[in-house]
Write a protein that binds this ligand. Structure first.
Ligand code: FBP
Length: 552
């Protein structure tokens, strides 16, 4: 069997577009709106982006479009971690591009941004695209984490695009990739390269969002996949009534994934990193908070529960955050010395010796495994890779220790048996939900509309997402509008601001008003698997986060 029955059925699914994009493509025209400003740092950004700062907002309406039929070649690249729906973004670009002119060509750069630098391309044909419609993964052309951010790399991109007659590049990526797309767009304008650059908002983490990007694609499917798994574990916990499950969830710094999964499943507890930082909670305070719930439930006869832990938690605990940034700095400055040491104990001892007494106390109090994980390879930005730190195991060990103390003091007589889980990769390549299949296809189709309108430095924007797809609004937002200046690697850089969970936002407030009840009673919700066929109230619903955020 080459394809599963589900895959065969998904090939037949026709993604839904916003109503304006359903018009015959030559009968859609761009509408220029007001010129834009970044929310902060206007003067510095204007200076850095003389050609692409202040561009107008774009929407589309009906009208005769004579430019649309002009033959063009487009390159597309997938950047960073996988997110469900990437294939549909590419299918959307492809269908729009071929509808505009069957002679148009779409090239996929292979293995991420390095594919542009190395000039590794694949011409995407009908046969190739059809094999990937409505499927998960990024395997059609692969992805990678190489950054295009140096003047030499920009020049190389211009050279490759010129050599291959590429008129436009679509960069499908997160906040950093879209920041780099904006810088590349500005560079191409300055050197008159004749190549436009359009971004598409991707990441399961949900941290690329603002007034104009309601959600990045992949968040919907990933959170629904994790929620299914959490629900299954909750039902097991409620049946066996003997385990505490600690589940760490991907999402990097932001806790959007953890919060959405909590809203979908009503676990016993869910930690939110942003709240921990706001309250300046220490690791011991968090451990005590969990321990108190374990004891309370045990007294009520419930020696089981489910705790959700966001993967970025460790960096938000003040003493751990300070320690991690000191280690990041130290490993960047003394990389040579460090790399000569044996991994494990020798490296941990070397780091402990180099720390000041406060950081050393925090570091050496950690279990050895966690010490080693804190010293693992940094990501391309020099940051610790939070997905590699087993925070859920750390919490389990510390809760066990506290319960032992309570037992000795006669304040706990129950049992605590725990299991740990990490959900991340399980959700990044799932078959996209109908929402992500529709949203991604619309983002791609819309990206081509921006290209054919001669625009550059824009991100494809599809909004009004909690309404049915025909009411979605398609348009373009200048990327510079979403930027601010931040301190990165010792100097100020223009970047798209990462969106963390807002503690005064409706999703967090809803969670906060319910969580005490979830801890006391057992009110688990079991969402079940994503449904692709059936009534819209089961198959087409957006996330609870998006619905709450858009409730008037
Ligand atoms: P992006 O930010 O590139 O979309 O990646 C998201 C993510 O899945 C994070 O949630 C996670 O921390 C990280 O990627 C894991 O990275 P890797 O895929 O390199 O293991």
């Amino acid at each position: 069997m080459k394809y599963s029955p589900l895959q065969q059925q998904r090939y037949l699914y026709k993604p839904k577009l916003p109503s304006i994009l359903r018009e015959e493509i030559h009968a859609i025209v761009p509408v220029t709106g007001d010129s834009t400003e970044s929310a902060t740092d206007q003067t510095e950004l204007k200076k850095l982006f003389p050609k692409t700062y202040g561009l107008p907002l774009i929407s589309f309406s009906k009208g005769e479009n004579r430019e649309m039929g002009k033959k063009i070649n487009v390159g597309v690249v997938l950047s960073g971690g996988q997110a469900p729906g990437g294939h549909n973004v590419i299918a959307g670009i492809f269908d729009a591009l071929k509808a505009a002119n069957p002679e148009n060509t779409l090239y996929g750069f292979m293995g991420g941004p390095s594919g542009i630098l190395e000039d590794k391309r694949l011409e995407l044909t009908h046969d190739i695209i059809d094999e990937y419609r409505n499927t998960g993964g990024f395997d059609i052309i692969g992805s990678g984490r190489t950054k295009i951010e140096s003047p030499e790399q920009y020049a190389r991109c211009a050279e490759v695009c010129k050599k291959r007659s590429i008129d436009a590049l679509v960069v499908i990526g997160g906040d950093d990739s879209n920041t780099n797309a904006a810088v590349l767009a500005e560079y191409f304008q300055q050197v008159d390269a004749g190549v436009s650059v359009i971004g598409c908002p991707k990441t399961i983490d949900g941290d690329l969002k603002n007034e104009h990007i309601e959600i990045s694609f992949g968040f919907d499917t990933a959170t629904k996949t994790y929620s299914e798994l959490i629900g299954n574990i909750q039902r097991d916990a409620n049946s066996a009534r003997k385990y505490w499950h600690f589940i760490r969830l991907m999402g990097r710094s932001a806790s959007h994934i953890g919060l959405e999964c909590a809203l979908q499943t009503q676990p016993t507890m869910a930690l939110i990193s942003e709240e921990v930082a706001e309250k300046k909670q220490t690791l011991l305070e968090i451990v005590d908070q969990i321990t108190d719930v374990v004891i309370m439930r045990s007294n009520a006869g419930f020696n089981f529960g489910v705790v959700l832990v966001p993967e970025g938690l460790i960096e938000f605990i003040p003493e751990m955050g300070t320690l991690i940034s000191t280690i990041n700095d130290m490993l960047a400055r003394r990389a040579d010395e460090f790399s000569k040491l044996d991994q494990g104990d020798a490296q941990a001892r070397w780091v402990a010796d180099a720390l000041d007494s406060t950081d050393r106390k925090v570091f050496t109090a950690l279990p050895k495994d966690i010490q080693y994980q804190l010293l693992m390879d940094r990501d391309p930005h020099g940051n610790v890779q939070v997905s590699r730190i087993e925070t859920e195991k750390l919490l389990i060990q510390m809760v066990e220790h506290r319960l032992k103390e309570h037992k000795e003091a006669g304040t706990f007589s129950g049992s605590f048996s725990s299991l740990n889980h990490f959900f991340g990769y399980e959700g990044r390549c799932a078959f996209p939900s109908n929402f992500d299949a529709d949203y991604c296809y619309s983002l791609g189709y819309n990206a081509f509309m921006l290209i054919s309108s001669g625009l550059t430095g824009y991100i494809s924007s599809v909004t009004n997402l909690s309404a049915p797809a025909d009411q979605w609004k398609a348009g373009g937002i200048p990327i510079t509008m979403m930027m601010n200046m931040e301190q990165r690697h010792g100097s100020k850089k223009p970047v798209i601001k990462k969106a963390l969970v807002e503690l005064d936002g409706a999703p967090f407030k809803t969670f906060a008003s319910e969580r005490e009840r979830w801890a006391q009673e057992t009110v688990f919700v079991y969402p079940g698997a994503i449904q692709y066929f059936g009534p819209p109230e089961v198959c087409d619903q957006p996330t609870i986060t998006l619905t709450l955020e858009q409730q008037k």
